[in-house]
Design a protein around this ligand. Structure first.
Ligand SMILES: Cc1cc2nc3c(=O)[nH]c(=O)nc-3n(C[C@H](O)[C@H](O)[C@H](O)COP(=O)(O)OP(=O)(O)OC[C@H]3O[C@@H](n4cnc5c(N)ncnc54)[C@H](O)[C@@H]3O)c2cc1C
Length: 378
């Protein structure tokens, strides 16, 4: 019997396994695919501060550095958020996951590929390994098996269908501004937005996500037509993104959920790596403390509170934006331009932790016109 069995070798699972193994626990990590980071289901945009705070040096998997973003309202009003230093990195997800995995293996994690978690009954874990069923035993099981989590299903948690997005993303050749990300809001991207994330001047990751039930490929074509975008597709992918509040009960007996499996992704942007990695460290801490001091595993929920609070804030912002008509969104952009929101966000903005800048907005008279909206986000 191993101490901890982690299902899913994405960033959240690898980090949880790695942290526990570093503390001396016997950890097995399984992944249903033959390697990590594939199929690539990510635009790979990570904040520089988020990585720094996690103590991760992603230089070796960085393909581009980003200085800012242009955000477009449905009629094309623009908010520019920009710094003269990089604020985000565009990474290769495959290389990033591989880098985390190499560290985890160094820390002693045992990894098994082409192994799929099928069921868990207390300390018994049923897996499928290349068409053969196997039984494993572990004291604690971590479900880090992503947006379609089997572990989440096993503990009986069923997120609302409306809390998922469908995405469609391509890598394309074209002509792009290499240091800026572009985000486009409008009815073509109901419930979310479209994005252009450059790898360099001639290659970008262009995508869209839309409310569940809407065909994201058709939405993408509408977006392309509206903005008369000219590019040549290299490759394409389509995946679900969790876009709702974090799961209320990410723990059930000896099973803990982390990362996308627990909806630890930001509902404003769909980004789940930084929050998932932070949650993974907390998950490892809760398990470690259970083994060492006999603290109940339910402590995980308590330790997660700062992240849960922030993710709920992201969800409140997303829910608010989704209720606005195109016309109201345009008006909001015009008011934001007049109040120099772009300038404020360039100085104080934070892609991951909006709670760090919203109180600062409340203290500036030029944003008091937004008070009813801002108060919803407290
Ligand atoms: C189009 C798109 C763009 C995105 N862009 C960004 C971005 O720019 N920045 C950002 O931060 N986030 C982004 N995200 C979100 C990000 O990809 C996820 O939040 C992140 O991958 C979640 O990490 P995770 O470890 O929780 O899950 P995953 O990375 O999904 O890893 C879960 C792993 O579990 C494995 N697995 C699943 N079921 C089982 C099973 N039963 N047994 C064993 N293994 C299993 C899977 O194969 C997978 O490897 C994007 C997502 C999409 C779809």
């Amino acid at each position: 019997m191993c101490a901890v069995f982690v299902a899913g070798a994405g960033p959240a699972g690898i980090m949880t396994a790695s942290e526990l193994s570093k503390n001396g626990w016997d950890v097995t990590l399984i992944e249903e695919h033959p390697n990590v980071g594939t199929p690539e289901h990510c635009a790979g945009l990570l904040s520089v501060t988020g990585l720094r705070e996690l103590g991760i040096n992603a230089n070796n998997c960085t393909v581009n550095e980003i200085n800012g973003a242009e955000i477009f309202s449905p009629s094309g009003h623009k908010i520019l958020v920009e710094k003269d230093v990089p604020v985000a990195l565009v990474i290769s997800r495959k290389e990033f996951d591989l880098m985390l995995l190499k560290d985890a293996i160094k820390n002693g994690v045992k990894v098994e590929f082409e192994s799929k978690l099928i069921d868990v009954r207390k300390e018994n874990i049923f897996i499928q390994k290349k068409n053969r069923g196997e039984l494993r035993k572990a004291k604690v099981v971590v479900g880090a098996d992503g947006v379609n989590s089997r572990t989440r299903e096993i503990i009986g948690v069923k997120p609302d269908k409306s809390h998922y997005l469908n995405s469609y993303q391509i890598r394309a050749n074209g002509s792009f501004e290499s240091k800026k990300v572009k985000l486009y809001l409008g009815s073509f991207a109901k419930g979310f937005f479209a994005w252009i994330i450059p790898e360099n001047n001639s290659i970008a990751r262009i995508g869209i996500a839309t409310s569940f039930g809407i065909n994201p490929k058709e939405a993408f074509d509408e977006f392309k037509k509206k903005y008369l975008l000219d590019f040549e597709k290299i490759e394409e992918s389509s995946f679900k993104i969790p876009c709702g509040p974090p799961i209320n009960e990410p723990i059930n007996n000896n099973i803990l959920l982390v990362g996308d499996a627990a909806f630890h992704a930001k509902a404003t942007t769909g980004g789940g790596i930084i929050m998932g990695l932070n949650a993974a460290k907390i998950c490892a801490r809760a398990i470690d403390s259970n083994f060492r001091n006999n603290t109940g595993l339910e402590n995980y929920k308590f330790l997660l509170k700062p992240i849960t609070k922030e993710l709920i804030l992201h969800w409140k912002m997303r829910s608010y934006l989704n209720k606005l008509s195109e016309n109201t969104l345009d008006k909001l952009f015009i008011r934001a331009q007049k109040a120099n929101l772009g300038e404020f966000l360039s100085e104080h903005g934070d892609m991951d932790w909006p709670s760090r800048f919203i109180p600062k907005m409340l203290s500036k008279p030029r944003f008091w016109g937004f008070l009813p909206m801002l108060l919803r986000f407290r």
